[in-house]
Design a protein around this ligand. Sequence first.
Ligand code: ZN
Length: 193
Amino acid sequence: MPSILESVLDANRRYALNFGDKKNLAMPPARRFAILTCMDARLDPAKFAGLNEGDAHVIRNAGGRASDDAIRSLVISYKLLGTREWFVIHHTDCGMETFTDEIMRGLLAKSLDHAVLESDGWHDRGSGSGTSEAQYIDWLTIRNQEESVVDDVQRLRRHPLVPPWIPIHGFLYDVRSGVLQPVAAASAIGAAK
Ligand code: ZN
């Protein structure tokens, strides 16, 4: 069985063989929109939103949250690269619903090994020592899926670096069906003015 590294490089060799016209793609996204979504491995924005190389910006982090760094990317996306419509897409069964700041800080204070999710929550099975460094990070966990979409669209809408003319749509992606479910309250807040 090939290593992770070998399998990635092998796939890349095959990809590059058929690279073709993609060498001519321009830097600004051709379809002029950006998606902010979760890093969850079950979500493939290129597939669920019909993207090809060069079409759109996809900004991903744990939860698809409107963190300071996500905002940095979105501002660059419109200001320098011409996007004019944004999507905030969270999803069902998100890992960010399974813990709180307190739990994450506790796990990392115990060890830097993998933690395990059991029916009663996360447990640290590692050995060695952890660190208190986790207390300085806001882990941006999620308590309610729709609420987190509304909160993030609201943060973007009110942000002084985000112009009022960019429509910001809120959605929940259903990991059981692949369907994008609209979050009406979020899109109402995110409407262009
Ligand atoms: Zn997620």
